[in-house]
Design a protein around this ligand. Structure first.
Ligand code: PEP
Length: 254
């Protein structure tokens, strides 16, 4: 059993406006009275629902709020963007960066993601830094080189001290929203590899300390096996985090 605290995060993607956010939280928060685990719990609503989430949580300190993206700029003529200062004003704690949907649909490169990671850390917020390979890359024997590049480029110029505020989310692209989960063995092997890359880039202390979440069709039925792996320190959950019972079911299996 590692000494790393599990971190279970809900990535709602472009789902749940303010009304549905408050409905979810009003159903979810009472369930936490019966939660005996110690995992950190994070909810990442769309930007527009963050004020509602913060207000509904009302200082419920066991649930942190995350954004799903942020600008790498401070302020100014960047139509449609949201800054780290704006997130801080709302007491947001985490920012999901490098999600495969941002990489593939919005063409976010490792360099853009790196700029956002550094901006997030500089603002005192914590990146949930996503990495992952496509099925083609895995089957083509490129798993390790793809992940090594994403990690090396995405965390470029992030110091040892700042790495302590980073959570990595390993999300095989072929397992996201597909219902196909990596086997616990595949996930464990890959997490172990990711940790070894951090050891190469930083040191073994940093590698032992960093939390690495698994993401990709996590649900209550497979959570216990995945979260029981020695190098899996939590989950980033999409579809199964849209329903309070199912998200709580994952927590109960953590
Ligand atoms: C995600 O998008 O981060 C994710 C893991 O989605 P799902 O759980 O739906 O596969």
């Amino acid at each position: 059993m590692s000494s790393r605290t599990l971190i279970i995060a809900a990535n709602w993607k472009m789902n749940k406006g303010p009304q549905e956010t408050s409905d979810f939280l009003n159903a979810f928060i009472p369930k936490l009275d019966g939660f005996t685990g110690s995992a950190d719990i994070v909810i990442a609503p769309p930007f527009i629902s963050i004020p509602t989430a913060v207000g509904t949580l009302g200082g419920h300190s066991s649930v942190a709020v995350s954004a799903q993206n942020v600008s790498d700029k401070d302020n100014g003529a960047f139509t449609g963007e949201v800054s780290t200062d704006m997130l801080k004003e709302l007491h947001v704690e985490y920012v999901i960066l490098g999600h495969s949907e941002r990489r593939s649909i919005y063409d976010e490169t490792d360099a853009i993601i790196n700029a956002k990671v550094k901006k997030t850390i500089a603002a005192g917020l914590k990146p949930i830094f996503c990495i992952g390979e496509t099925l083609e890359e895995r089957e083509g024997g490129k798993l390790e080189s793809v992940l090594r590049t994403q990690i090396t480029e995405g965390l470029k110029d992030v110091s040892d001290a700042d790495l302590a505020n980073v959570v990595i989310a390993y999300e095989p692209v072929w397992a996201i929203g597909t219902g196909v989960t990596a086997t616990a063995e595949q996930a464990q092997d890959t997490h172990k590899f990711v940790r070894s890359v951090i050891a190469d880039l930083y040191n073994t202390t940093a590698a032992e300390a960093i939390r690495i979440q698994y993401g990709g069709s996590v649900k209550p039925a497979n959570a216990a096996e995945l979260l029981g792996q020695p190098d899996i320190d939590g989950a980033l959950v999409g579809g199964a985090a849209l329903d309070p019972d199912s998200f709580f079911g994952i927590l109960e299996n953590s």
